[in-house]
Design a protein around this ligand. Structure first.
Ligand code: GDP
Ligand code: IMO
Ligand code: MG
Length: 425
């Protein structure tokens, strides 16, 4: 039997808890593969009382007998990558023996980061709120057919190609009002590039199909979330890659017929970091209480995350676009102790209520809420309290797919698997 590629992806604006779920399910898979994004991602794993944040390396890296693949759709900053490797080696993980990197993955240059910063500074108040990791400019060079790829490291003329791209970027700086300094980063970058040559650089599409043909199963680990997708997110306040399930096909080189389960990860509420519309955002004490209880500060940038109630039209949209087959609800513990929890069931605009996700999501859209009962403290060793079950049933009914995993704390072990019944809408 040929293996399948299951997909785990964010169903909101990122930071849903993808890293935690991937770590939990990783032992069931032979390969964990990242398919898009880059060091803008921050995936947190907590076990044995320790916290680890991964940016480029897949979240299966702590599990024995699991291959971790950085796929062709990913963009890699050699400096961040080597820092991650160093952290993992310090904590005793043998990264090199279980990590593969696609030759087709693109490289983030110091000048890409500087161009990202220049573009954001020019935009002023209209900025995207980018993580400033150089993601946008690197994907621009990829689609503009100027990029440098991991496989280019093995070519004798790598340094000339690097210089040529930098020269192009230097001309580009002229169109910006701001010219961030980048030269001080160059030596470190070139050193990290040398170090990357010592890793397992592979033709990942061939390698992955060999695994699948041998009957092994693959988990594709998404970064960011559906509402940050370049095509279907809240454009222009999005990232520069396809974060949705179709992105796994492109970013790994597998056909749609190879995709098995599509697991959508969402928080019991919503968060967003960076700019852009967020109709259910809470600017009051409740929003502050959620931020505090959920420790809602960015894993990559440390920025406070904006918090608000769960948005069902947005979640339904994510289920539709990704072909989600099951959901995982994260951070249910964060809402514990509230008398009442709210979920947005539609948006009111111009006297009408719409339940579908619009072309232009705007803060002017007034959310229509359903109020549900809150629940007491949650414990992974106990069944979920009826109020929490009722909240989940309400969501399942609204979006049409079952919630199979419920996460009740940041630790690997604080995870419940529900025997969810099929949902009929
Ligand atoms: P990712 O980018 O989707 O992997 O998510 P992040 O790691 O950026 O953000 C999720 C945050 O929530 C991390 O700090 C996790 O440790 C934490 N977390 C994950 N699941 C739970 C949960 O069920 N409860 C609580 N309280 N925290 C969680
Ligand atoms: P993970 O994988 C949350 C957001 C940024 C900004 C926009 C564009 O941890 O869920 P970029 O640096 O990609 O040009 O930024 O996207 N963003 C994320 N928000 N989680 C992430 O990744 C994100 N990666 C990018 O805040 O609004
Ligand atoms: Mg994150």
């Amino acid at each position: 039997m040929v293996g399948k590629v299951d997909v785990i992806l964010g169903a909101q604006w990122g930071d849903e808890g993808k890293g935690k779920v991937v770590d939990v399910v990783a032992p069931e898979y032979a390969v964990i593969a990242r398919f898009q994004g880059g060091p803008n991602a921050g995936h947190t794993l907590i076990f044995d009382g320790k916290k680890h944040v991964l940016h480029t390396i897949p979240s299966g890296v702590f599990r024995n007998n699991v291959w971790n693949l950085v796929g062709n759709g990913v963009v890699i900053d050699p400096v961040t990558f080597m820092q991650e490797v160093q952290h993992l080696e310090e904590v005793g993980v043998d990264v090199r023996s279980r990590l593969l990197i696609s030759r087709r993955a693109h490289l983030i240059l110091p000048t890409h980061r500087a161009l990202d910063a220049a573009s954001e500074a020019d935009k002023g108040a209209g900025k995207i709120g980018s993580t400033l990791k150089g993601i946008g400019p690197t994907y621009m060079d990829k689609t503009g057919r100027n990029g440098l790829r991991v496989g280019d490291l093995e070519q004798p003329d790598f340094h000339e190609r690097y210089r040529a791209l930098v020269a192009k970027h230097e001309r580009l700086f002229a169109i910006h009002d701001h010219q961030p300094e980048w030269r001080s980063r160059e030596q470190e970058w070139l050193k990290a590039v040398e170090a990357m040559r010592g890793f397992n650089l592979v033709d990942s599409e061939h390698w992955l199909h060999e695994q699948l043909n041998a009957g092994r199963s693959v988990m594709a680990e998404g970064a960011q979330g559906t509402l940050l997708d370049i095509d279907f997110g809240t454009y222009p306040f999005v990232t520069s890659s396809n974060t949705i399930s179709a992105g796994a096909c492109i970013g790994l080189g597998v056909g749609p017929s190879m995709i098995g389960k599509v697991i959508g990860i969402f928080k019991a509420y919503c968060t967003r970091v960076g700019s852009g519309p967020f109709p259910t955002e809470l600017h009051d004490d409740t929003g502050e209480a959620i931020r505090k209880a959920g420790n809602e500060f960015g894993s990559t940038t440390g920025r406070p995350r904006r918090c608000g109630w769960l948005d069902l039209p947005a979640l339904r949209y994510a289920v539709m676009i990704n072909g989600v087959t099951e959901l995982a609800m994260m951070k249910a513990d964060v809402l514990s102790g509230m008398d009442r929890v709210r979920v947005c069931t539609g948006y009111r605009s111009g006297g009408k209520i719409r339940e579908s996700f619009p072309f232009e999501l705007a803060n002017a859209l007034e959310p229509v809420y359903a109020d549900l009962k809150g629940w007491p403290t949650l414990d992974a060793a106990q069944p979920l309290p009826p109020e929490c079950e009722a909240y989940i049933a309400f969501i399942e009914q609204a979006v049409g797919v079952p919630v199979r995993i419920v996460s009740v704390g940041p630790d690997r072990t604080a995870t419940l698997v529900r025997d969810a019944a099929p949902v009929t809408r």
